[in-house]
Design a protein around this ligand. Structure first.
Ligand code: GRF
Length: 203
């Protein structure tokens, strides 16, 4: 399978997927990395791994529709089977999410449906939650609202800071995201009627 990874920043999840694809070269390969920010560090990670990169700078577009149209055009042209949002900090239009429905994954640092949007770690602490985590979901028009594929949890210790919580969750993300990508590429998961279908692999 061919996948595209969309980033806006550091790209540590991208790195985890780069490392994973090297262990599973038959299963999938990252054909393209797209960033909406020209100076995203993740672009360097991709270049270092010999992966083609593309910058579509959102500041050059007057509205979401025109930005998404260009992004869609590029992704269609690259003929990828899966789009992986990895710290891609843009809200996508309904038309875009519909176009790639069932072919796009996102990772979100909370136990969805709790804490959609930003600052999830601080919000979980402020709410007095005893646990927090990450969710990987299919992307649908609803922001951070698509069907969840898998979650992982960490405990919030007394006196825990948002920073340390973020670090703990990041480490888990780097394990969970490549796993979900592999599941998709192996045909073990699919989106059907706005639900995740888990397929048993027959031997
Ligand atoms: C991750 O915490 C992810 O959950 C969120 O954005 C962050 C991206 O980090 N959507 P990185 O760029 O992969 O290091």
């Amino acid at each position: 399978k061919k996948i595209a990874v969309l980033i806006s920043g550091n790209g540590s999840n991208l790195q985890a997927i780069i490392d994973d694809q090297q262990k599973h070269p038959q299963l999938y390969r990252i054909a393209l990395v797209v960033s909406n920010r020209p100076n995203a560090y993740g672009l360097k990670r991709a270049a270092q791994a010999g992966i083609p990169t593309l910058v579509i700078d959102h500041t050059n577009y007057s509205d979401r529709e025109s930005f998404d149209a260009e992004l869609q055009r590029q992704l269609d042209q690259s003929e990828v089977d899966l789009i992986v949002l990895a710290g891609f900090m843009r809200i996508l239009t309904q038309g875009f999410t519909q176009h790639f429905l069932g072919k796009m994954l996102n990772i979100h640092p909370s136990l969805l449906p709790k804490y959609t949007g930003l600052n999830t770690h601080q919000r979980a602490i402020d709410a007095g939650d005893s646990e927090h985590g990450l969710s990987i979901h299919f992307v649908t028009p609803e922001l951070d609202g698509g069907p969840v594929i898998l979650q992982d949890k960490v405990l919030i210790e007394p006196g825990e800071s948002a920073d340390s919580l973020q670090q703990k969750i990041h480490q888990r993300e780097h394990i969970a995201y490549p796993l979900a990508v592999r599941w998709f590429c192996e045909g073990k998961i699919a989106l059907q009627d706005n639900r995740v279908q888990y397929q048993q692999k027959t031997l």
